[in-house]
Design a protein around this ligand. Structure first.
Ligand SMILES: [Zn+2]
Length: 322
C-alpha cells in the first residue's frame, strides 16, 4: 500500500475526498449599530457584527471563494413571541438587503436561519405555555410564526431558508408560506435531525439565545437515536425539504453517513460552536497544529458524506486551500 503514498503528487492523484472553499458556509451573527465587532468570548475569532461590518465580511468571504453565508440575528429587543424574527425591518432582513446590494452577493449563497430562540425573551424556539406540569413549548401555534419568519427572510433576499427549530410539521408550513408569498423558488435547507447537544454551548453566547428555563430536549433529538434521525429526515423530505443540514457534525458523523447512504438529497453538516471552541482552546495551548487540524476536521465531515460544511473556520480553511 505504501507505493502510492511515496510522494505528494501520488497521494494527491489517489485522494478520495476533497475540501474546497466552495464547500464551506460561513456563519455570521448580525447585531444593531454601526462599526461594531463585538468579540464572542467563548469563540475566539467570532464576532457579533453590525450590518456594515457584516457586509465587509461577506466581501472577504466572496473573495476567498467561500460558498455562502448562514445568517443569525441578535435583535435590539426581544418578546414572548419573538416578533423580531418576522419583522420586515428585523436585523437579518436588514442585513440581507444590505449584503444583496454588495457585489459579494452574486458569488455567495445567502442562507437565513429560521428560528425564534434568538428573538424570544425566554430563549426557546417556539411559543411557551404554562401547564400544570410546568412550561411547554407549543408545537402548532409556533408553526405560523416560523412560516411568517421564513417568508419574510425570503422576501428580504435570502437565497435559502434553514429552519433549525425542530417543531413537527414546520417544513410543510414554511413551504406553503413561501409559495403563497411568491417565493416558490426558495429552497428549504432543513435541520431535520438536530440533536440536543452540549456542543451548542458557545453558540448561545454568540447568538444570546440561552433558554431562560428548562432545556430543548422536548423538541431537539436524543443523541442516542439514529433510526429516529432517519424518520425525522424522511418526514422533512415528504414535507418538501430540498436539502438537509446535519447538526452537530463531529460527534454524529455516523448519522451523516447513514443519511448519505439512504437519501439522495444534498446534505450539509454544521461544525457547531463547541467543536470550534474546543479546537481553538487546543490551538491556544499549542496542543494541536492549527492548520492541519482545521482541514482534517472538515475532511472528516466531507468523508462521512456531507456535500458542504457550515463552519466558523470557513475563512481560515479557505485561506489554507487557496
Ligand atoms: Zn432555536
Amino acid at each position: 500500500m505504501r507505493r502510492l503514498r511515496r510522494s505528494e503528487p501520488l497521494r494527491s492523484l489517489v485522494r478520495e475526498t476533497s475540501v474546497e472553499p466552495g464547500d464551506l458556509i460561513y456563519p455570521l451573527f448580525l447585531c444593531p449599530g454601526e462599526g461594531i465587532r463585538h468579540a464572542v468570548g467563548s469563540m475566539p475569532g467570532v464576532f457579533n457584527l453590525s450590518i456594515d461590518e457584516a457586509v465587509r465580511e461577506a466581501e472577504e468571504a466572496a473573495s476567498l471563494g467561500i460558498g455562502g453565508l448562514l445568517l443569525f440575528g441578535l435583535p435590539a429587543t426581544k418578546d414572548e413571541q419573538g416578533t423580531g424574527a418576522w419583522d420586515e425591518n428585523g436585523i437579518v432582513q436588514q442585513g440581507l438587503r444590505a449584503i444583496r446590494q454588495s457585489a459579494a452577493s452574486r458569488k455567495l449563497v445567502l442562507i437565513a436561519d429560521v428560528c425564534l430562540c434568538e428573538y424570544t425573551s425566554h430563549g426557546h424556539c417556539g411559543i411557551v405555555h404554562e401547564t400544570r406540569d410546568g412550561w411547554t413549548v407549543e408545537n402548532d401555534p409556533t408553526l405560523d410564526l416560523l412560516a411568517r419568519t421564513a417568508a419574510s427572510l425570503a422576501l428580504a433576499g435570502a437565497d435559502v431558508v434553514a429552519p433549525s427549530d425542530m417543531m413537527d410539521g414546520r417544513v410543510g408550513a414554511i413551504r406553503a408560506a413561501l409559495d403563497k408569498a411568491g417565493c416558490a423558488d426558495t429552497p428549504i435547507l432543513s435541520y431535520a435531525s438536530k440533536f440536543a447537544s452540549a456542543f451548542y454551548g458557545p453558540f448561545r453566547e454568540a447568538a444570546d439565545s440561552a433558554p431562560q428555563f428548562g432545556d430543548r430536549k422536548t423538541y431537539q433529538m436524543d443523541g442516542a437515536n439514529l433510526r429516529e434521525a432517519m424518520r425525522e429526515i424522511e418526514l422533512d423530505l415528504d414535507e418538501g425539504a430540498d436539502m438537509l443540514l446535519m447538526k452537530p457534525a463531529m460527534p454524529y458523523l455516523d448519522v451523516i453517513h447513514a443519511a448519505r447512504e439512504r437519501f439522495g438529497v444534498p446534505i450539509g453538516a454544521y461544525q457547531v460552536s463547541g467543536e470550534y471552541s474546543m479546537l481553538q482552546a487546543a490551538f491556544e495551548r499549542g496542543w494541536l497544529d492549527r492548520d492541519r487540524t482545521i482541514l482534517e476536521s472538515l475532511l472528516g465531515i466531507r468523508r462521512a458524506g456531507a456535500d458542504f460544511a457550515v463552519t466558523y473556520f470557513a475563512k481560515d480553511a479557505a485561506r489554507l486551500l487557496n
